[in-house]
Design a protein around this ligand. Structure first.
Ligand code: IMP
Length: 198
């Protein structure tokens, strides 16, 4: 059995990535696993603020150390949109085929360097004594010309990595986790936890 770790999310796609990144050393519990239905209002103005809001809210409820993340997709041609509104872009329940097609359409005229984009992830760890720590991971790429790949989720089919010649939607999950924003932020957090003896 690994060490018990609560990750404050209902997104099963994320939990699966996190379990794969952390391996057998940790038993990761999602909000669903713990039957927690707290309605958290993510009204921060940055990824960091929102990650801290989520981790603190669940830590106050469980009185245990809690991790949470906030992540999103930034397109430079659109001034960083959808950014912290990535999940809510065009409406929370709108299929990603539509969200992705709309982003590509809005960027039709963008050429070369104008198409730079990135995934950003901030992980927050909240402790029962009120202490909070955060780590950040970023993966740089460009907006693809058309969606490609059935792996991953969300904006993966339109996020192209020039040095790999594919989108993150075309990568094997284990390959994506090695280089992803979430993988980077999570490994930095694990290092911090291990240093502080958690
Ligand atoms: P959060 O659950 O509030 O952190 O929202 C994150 C949103 O950003 C997701 O719903 C996706 O739209 C987008 N996103 C974050 N990470 C990824 C990724 O690895 N691939 C594709 N989309 C992502």
């Amino acid at each position: 059995m690994g060490k018990r770790l609560i990750f404050a999310t209902n997104n099963e796609g994320k939990v699966n990535e996190i379990r794969q990144i952390l391996g057998d050393g940790y038993d990761v519990y999602s909000l669903k696993d713990l039957d927690i239905h707290t309605n958290i209002i993510e009204d921060g103005h940055t990824f960091e603020e929102n990650a801290v809001i989520k981790a603190k809210a669940i830590c106050e409820e469980t009185h245990e150390m809690v991790l949470a993340d906030d992540s999103g997709f930034e397109v430079d041609y659109l001034g960083g949109e959808p950014g912290i509104y990535s999940a809510r872009y065009l409406g929370e329940d709108t299929p990603y085929e539509i969200k992705n097609a709309e982003l590509l359409k809005r960027c039709e005229k963008a050429e070369g360097q104008e198409r730079t984009a990135r995934f950003v992830c901030v992980i927050a760890c909240a402790y029962p004594d009120g202490k909070v720590e955060t780590t950040t991971g970023v993966i740089e790429g460009v907006l693809a010309r058309e969606p490609r790949g059935k792996n991953g989720f969300g904006y993966d089919p339109i996020f192209y990595l020039p040095e790999r010649g594919c989108t993150t939607g075309e990568m094997e999950p284990s390959e994506k986790n090695k280089i992803s924003h979430r993988g980077i932020a999570l490994r930095k957090m694990v290092e911090k936890l291990q240093k502080s003896g958690e």
